[in-house]
Design a protein around this ligand. Structure first.
Ligand code: FAD
Length: 424
């Protein structure tokens, strides 16, 4: 059973771990020099319903990445507007920890390997080509290339290339494997007929902040600076990917979180204006480098798929993460990636595929995102356990809880305790 994964973000990494645990030989291919993709720029876990999802994953046997993050977290139980019990991981060191874990599991990792083409015959994917001409052949493939970039899309739908962590100019553009195989992706919209959305946060070097602000971030994990009246712009909330932060506190304040750097909860903000805020007189962006004027544009290439994560119309291709729906978040990428990885091994072994029940938040999110597209063709809604309409739905369906024993029981009642630990 040889499973090839294209895209080494949180979704691809989780898929690799799950496929490996299910008994497959796994090759994980990533265009940049680092795994984790947008995960090198984020850091917020376990906020709101993501807590429930993380604990479901642990009970399902797919908890390695959550447990690693919990172990090295900088802050736990952080509260900030609209969000409870968040964990913040260190974005500057997380990749090295994850890479070690993946290598120790015997996963064949190919970084700095940009996939540019496919060999697809009769709706079956045979192999993928790297720029170098190397051909990676396998039985089953998983596409986890995300939905941001390439540069042309950031120019067309955003404010140009903002030099984000995906570094398209250096490592090559995102490509769509599904489209190379002859399928057609759909695109998310921020307003009717306006495609793509801006990523919702930037990183500022913590040492460029005042000693008092650094101290507040180091001790509490969060700092909040009220914006002057003339700087409050409620319209800016509409362009953001993250619906969970589209609440007025995020327009009226500059909210900073400590992820090793200072995470600014805004898509972009001119540095000269930033420096007018108390404590930020010397502020400097570290990611994206051009955080003064823009951010990466996402949701530009999403595949149609089943709730078992198989791509419609291609017999041996699965997908996960942002490639598989209008999902926001690391937790969402890890949960969909784990299911795709596990099912890739099942598909290779000609075993029935797993679909998670909607009595679990992780199963419900996957199904809800699918029906929004397939039944309503709603390309404006976005799905995250951490806020917006989906978190409301979790609460209405009584799926949201922080009671770890109740979550374990729920997974047990579904007959799925430890399912991701099983060899197929
Ligand atoms: C600035 C920013 C801040 C964020 N903050 C948070 C946060 O705090 N908490 C949270 O939960 N979520 C956050 N998110 C959202 C979250 O990061 C994403 O939703 C999630 O990580 C997506 O994971 P993914 O694996 O689907 O995609 P990606 O992370 O985009 O990974 C896709 C990978 O595929 C690779 N790739 C693409 N094309 C090719 C190719 N042709 N060949 C080989 N490799 C290829 C890319 O280089 C990339 O590594 C943030 C996002 C951004 C951009």
């Amino acid at each position: 059973m040889r499973v090839i994964i294209i895209g080494g973000g949180w979704a691809g990494t989780a898929a690799a771990i799950a496929a490996r645990k299910a008994g497959a030989e796994v090759c994980l291919i990533e265009k940049t020099d680092m795994l984790l993709g947008c995960g090198n720029a984020g850091g917020i876990m376990r906020n709101n319903g993501r807590f429930t999802a993380a604990e479901e994953m642990i009970a399902l046997g797919g908890g390695e990445l959550f447990q690693l993050i919990d172990r090295i977290a900088l802050h736990r139980n952080v509260e900030f507007p609209g969000h409870h019990h968040a964990t913040l991981y260190p974005v500057n060191t997380i990749e090295a920890h994850v890479r070690r874990l993946v290598l120790e599991m015997g996963i064949d990792v190919h970084c700095s390997t940009h996939i540019c083409d496919v060999v697809c015959d009769n709706n079956q994917l045979k192999g993928v080509y790297a720029d170098s001409g190397d051909l990676f052949e396998g039985d089953v493939f998983i596409e986890t290339t995300g939905s941001a970039g390439p540069m042309g899309n950031c120019l067309k739908y955003g404010n140009g290339c903002c030099m984000c962590v995906l570094r398209c100019p250096a490592f090559g553009p995102r490509i769509s494997i599904t489209e190379r195989c002859g399928g057609q992706d759909y695109q998310g919209e921020r307003q009717p007929d306006m495609f793509g959305v801006f990523s919702g946060s930037c990183k500022v070097s913590k040492e460029s902040l005042s000693a008092a602000l650094q101290e507040e971030l180091n001790s509490k994990g969060v700092a909040l600076i009220p914006l002057p009246k003339e700087e409050i712009n409620y319209d800016k909330l509409k362009i953001k990917a993250c619906k969970q932060y589209a609440i007025k506190d995020f327009s009226e304040n500059m909210i900073l979180l400590d992820t090793g750097d200072a995470k600014l909860m805004t898509s972009y903000y001119p540095v000269e204006k930033l420096r007018r805020l108390p404590g930020m007189e010397n502020a400097r962006y570290v990611d994206p480098c051009a955080g003064s004027k823009g951010n990466s544009i996402r949701y530009l290439s999403v595949a149609y798929r089943s709730n078992a994560m198989t791509v419609d119309g291609i017999s041996n291709l699965l997908c996960a993460g942002e490639k598989s729906g209008l999902f926001i978040g690391h937790t969402e990428a890890i949960t969909t990636g784990t299911l795709a990885g596990h099912n890739a091994a099942r598909l290779a072994a000609a075993k029935p595929l797993l679909t998670l029940p909607q009595t679990l938040a992780v199963g419900d999110l996957i199904a809800a995102a699918n029906s929004a597209i397939k039944e309503r063709h709603d390309t404006m809604e976005r799905f995250t356990f951490s806020g917006g309409n989906y978190f409301n739905r979790m609460k209405e369906k009584q799926l949201y809880t922080t009671d770890i024993e109740a979550i374990r029981l729920r997974v047990e009642q579904a007959g799925l305790l430890g399912v991701y630990n099983e060899h197929v």
